[in-house]
Design a protein around this ligand. Structure first.
Ligand code: HEC
Length: 97
């Protein structure tokens, strides 16, 4: 019985660490590729007057499309970031408040 409990807890702990790493991935992409324009919290870099806060109430699919295809002065990231990276960075955007 004790063994099963140990296994269950190890697996749960492993998943927790893993989900944290995946999340950190989106954060790393944001910090290296997006923060310069969008600011540390997605509200925009005050030095760049063109930036308005991101509307993260949009659906994941809509946000992923903007990141992939670009919008206005923002360059498209299709080909620069993988689909997985784009979906992770969008998840990270949604976690920003
Ligand atoms: C060169 C500056 C710049 C960089 C770098 C940049 N963006 Fe943008 N981004 C913009 C601008 C400007 C807009 C607004 C476009 C508009 O509304 O005309 C925008 C809009 C967006 C939007 C849409 C927000 C909305 O309300 O529709 C998302 C999502 C977004 N960016 C995500 C990202 C992500 C993710 C990255 C990094 C992979 C990134 N941006 C990198 C300048 C940038």
């Amino acid at each position: 019985m004790l063994k099963i409990t140990t296994v269950v807890f190890s697996v749960l702990f492993g998943l927790l660490v893993l989900s944290d790493l995946v999340h950190a991935d989106g954060a790393a992409t944001f910090n290296t590729k997006c923060k310069a324009c969008h600011g540390p919290d997605g509200k925009g870099n005050p030095a760049l007057k063109m930036m308005k806060p991101m509307d993260t109430s949009k659906s994941d699919a809509d946000l992923q499309k903007v990141v992939a295809d670009g919008k206005g002065k923002m360059i498209p990231y299709k080909g620069k970031l993988s689909d997985a990276e784009i979906s992770e960075v969008v998840k990270y955007l949604k976690s920003l408040k």
